[in-house]
Design a protein around this ligand. Sequence first.
Ligand code: IFM
Length: 798
Amino acid sequence: MQYGYFDNKKREYVINRVDVPVSWTNYIGVNEMCGVLNHTAGGYLFYKSPEYHRITRFRPNGVPMDRPGHYVYVRDDDTGEYWSISWQPVGKPLDKARYECRHGLSYSRYICDYNGINAQQTLFIPIEDPVELWDVTLHNSSDRERHLSIFSYCEFSFHHIEMDNKNHQMSLYASGSSYQDGIIQYDLFYEEDGYQFFTSNFTPDGYDCVRDAFLGSYRTETNPLAVERGACSGSTEFGGNHCAVLHKKVSIQSGENARLLFMLGEQGYENAKVMRKKYSDEATVDRCFADLAKFWDDKLSRLQVNTPNEGMNTMLNIWTLYQSEINVMFSRFASFIEVGGRTGLGYRDTAQDAMTVPHSNPQKCRQRIIELLRGLVTQGYGLHLFQPEWFDPQEKKQSFKSPTVVPTPNKSQMIHGLEDTCADDALWLIAAIVEYIKETGEFSLLDETVTYADGGSGTVYEHMTKILDFSTEQVGANGICKGLRADWNDCLNLGGGESAMVSFLHYWALQYFIELACYVGKTEDAAKYGAIAKQIKAVSEKVLWDGKWYARGITAKGRKIGVQSDSEGRVHLESNAWAVLSGVAGKEHGELCMDSVNEYLYTPYGLMLVAPAYSTPDDDIGFVTRVYRGVKENGSVFSHSNPWAWAAEAKLGRGTRAMKFYDALCPYHQNNLIEIRQSEPYSYCQFIMGKDHTAHGRARHPFMTGSGGWSYFAATRFLLGIRPDFNHLMIDPCIPSHWQGFTAVRKWRGATYNITVQNPNGVEKGVKTVLLAGKTLEGGAVPCQPTGSVNDVTIIMG
Ligand code: IFM
């Protein structure tokens, strides 16, 4: 069943049947202000921190679903009938009205045709100011003059997520609202900068700032008293719950239009006046909207592909890059799932995010890399979850925190010991740094001095060696890296037992490092770490190979898990994909283990993380054994791990298999399976229920997951094979044999490469000839071309 379609020309996903099973979300804002909004304009806005500086309130996981939001009510003043542009919260019957939601890149547009009025509400945040604009247009398509009342509505938050949900003895008397000359000011009196404003481009006919005065007792956003009555009550108060309602009466002749602009922003009256003046100008609003489109044009243009796979084109050219960027920009905790209840950076997630999009957001990736390096302790492990401002020498005291809230753990509490350390966290950073350098050519980053979380400082290069040395030291009885609190799989808690995945990751990170060390002339280091890598490979093969696939690990009591003799938890995706992806597995074992992945883990919705799922709690293995079967880490299709298998298959040269795996997970291909998938088809979700669950195929937790970045990384670098090296652009595709080729445009270090891949012999991998401007290149790689140049590159596979 379909609820919408991809409009690739406009780079929008269009929901034309708005009663989707769960919220389909989007993100607006590209700097410090961010809105998380669903297909009915439900959601919330925050500034800098979704935890400490929430602007609008949200009642997550509630009924009715995902309210409140940023709503506009339209009332026909001749009849008293009213509706909302975004369908909810009024929710007119769908057979009486046409509703549409267009989620675009950093904006969402809600459209409604009802009762002879076409109304549109576009929500976006200009790049240059922390202010959310509500651009409302009305068109009278009836044959008579219409008299309408327009009401805005959003509910203000007590700024801190905890205060919105508990301990109201103080918060209810600490937040206040006032109104002056068309501007609503909201504040929390004890916060230095605890102000917001709401205003518009018109002189209002009425306003309400007290939520309950607007809604009325025993009512909800569905039937606000003020809208029903057609008039606000001019409420303001110090204390209570607050909202932003501005009321405007408009008369529109038949065939005519009206446009109203609302602004929701940071700080109080003085800034509101400035913002009001600026954004009351329609041309400015239009220019800012166009700037947003240019912002995304620029990012997307760094790589555009045209393959025979329409789903892949749509995802890579628009949505997967978008999803990856949103993760790099806002990290993980701004969603309807986390609801901003945790903030800061998760070490491993951020490192992987930064690895995936250095071409489209080098500044942010660099910033994240430095933040993570500062979150590394001298022993070489990363702080699993930390606030980057703890270690930022420039950062002023955070003024967001409210005195009535128990603060989240502070810096000293978070410099944890080994028992709380995840064995994989910092290893990902090695790849992120090297990928960043390959993209930008900024080798000087390696010599930059960066502090350690527990004191002292060292160069970036030194930090990298500490990360590798930590994993070299932290090995268990069998010579495999210890699992510690967890590896990438949060629910696999092997402690002093051993994790195959971490040893493979260690090997992978070493390959990156050795390549870098060789390139920058550190030959002694290259040799030293090369010897370590050799040792890991030998030990891993000896200890972990189980005849048909690789074991997942060894418990602290010495029992191997993920082996043929196991009746549950028998085959794991991570160990097998990483054995190949890291380069530890040779051809024979690599093919065998990935065949096992195909045989035991493949489903039409992607690869399950483990099968059969665990059903017996076993604390030697970890929390995974206490999770319902087929859910999350216990045997769901855990999206993040799927691209590792695509990359592994590509390393083996099996393009048809790699694409089979790619297509299974691809949300685009599930657009007509929404009765099963339920979640949005333009975003990878964290997981899809596995075979061992009754809701097999149901996807959950969109956008904020490492699957966005990894899908992008694996599909572009391994399947299409386009990846920058230190001084060359490599193009080494691995594609299905029936593909006759594809084209791509890649911008790299200021030059443009128009790439044509031809596959005359129907192979899956292998490059016979590389032509640059028609001339054959020896060595198969394209040297970095001068800035500004446009280069035709032809790859002939064979
Ligand atoms: O790797 C983790 C990630 O850090 C948080 N979400 C779950 C993943 C798998 O456990």
